[in-house]
Design a protein around this ligand. Structure first.
Ligand code: FAD
Length: 229
């Protein structure tokens, strides 16, 4: 089977698409093939064809931590932003990899769950946040991750515990084993909804002051904030 044959299964896959349309910096050349899977099943099919045909595979979340070269990316680029379901159960929030970490944090807050406040202004996806153990204002993804579901490059579905994710500063296991994050479950604490939202708005106000998000790259316009972000 060829990659474009997957269109018959309803998979959104196109050829030679400029990635500048999707990156935070609004730069970057074309993806040879670009797909937007809507669920795990579509993702599995895409991974399987790349394996069978030996096609290079690149996975992107919200493209807020990437600089893509003007010559583009060979092979298949998968953007996960259509896999974005977020569900709340008791004191946990489970989000698909393409959900924005900001939306996940606000969903948790509206459910009166505390722990993700630090992520209220990080412009990445859940997959990207897990990949690099994103953090801000003293909080870090690893502090609230309960488990992570991945698809390995061999097409195997696996669940890792927090410990197995081998988190450290801006690092996690998936940087080493190249597994694709499919979803993550965050273990949170019940709290006062208004206080949680208040803290998030406060952190966002601080951030807006330092990093105006309306610019494609804050670095070129404003001095980058110092310290860990
Ligand atoms: C204005 C601004 C403010 C920022 N503030 C912060 C901050 O406070 N704290 C912070 O930590 N970061 C910050 N960042 C960086 C960035 O938002 C984070 O690193 C974020 O976690 C990246 O997520 P993403 O979905 O955009 O990843 P992408 O840029 O799409 O990808 C980054 C890397 O993650 C990999 N990846 C993405 N999704 C998956 C997946 N599902 N499975 C496997 N690998 C995947 C990609 O292959 C790539 O190597 C900021 C960036 C900007 C532009």
């Amino acid at each position: 089977m060829e990659l474009l044959d997957l269109r018959k299964d309803g998979i959104d896959i196109q050829k030679q698409i400029p990635l500048s349309k999707y990156t935070f910096t609004k730069t970057g050349g074309p993806a040879e093939y670009l797909a937007f899977p809507k669920d795990l099943d579509e993702l599995k099919k895409l991974v399987q064809v790349t394996r069978e045909k030996n096609i290079p595979l690149t996975v992107i979340g919200n493209a807020s931590n990437l600089i893509i070269r003007d010559s583009g990316i060979a092979g298949l680029v998968i953007i996960l932003t259509e896999m974005k379901k977020i569900t709340v159960k008791a004191n946990t929030v489970t989000a698909e990899a393409g959900a924005r970490i900001i939306d996940t944090a606000f969903t948790a807050a509206r459910a009166g769950l505390s722990g993700l406040e630090f992520a209220a202004g990080i412009p990445g996806s859940v997959g990207g946040a897990i990949f690099m153990n994103a953090g801000a204002y003293g909080g870090e993804t690893q502090n609230v991750v309960q488990s992570v579901n991945v698809l390995t490059r061999d097409g195997e579905f696996k669940t890792y515990s927090n410990k197995e994710m081998n988190f450290s500063y801006r690092h996690s296991l998936v940087q080493d084993n190249k597994a694709i994050v499919v979803s993550a479950t965050f273990g949170l604490k019940h709290g006062d909804k208004l206080k949680i939202l208040d803290e998030m708005h406060y952190l966002n106000a601080l951030r807006r002051y330092k990093q105006p998000l309306e610019y494609p790259s804050c670095g070129s316009v404003f001095k980058r904030p110092t310290g860990h972000f």
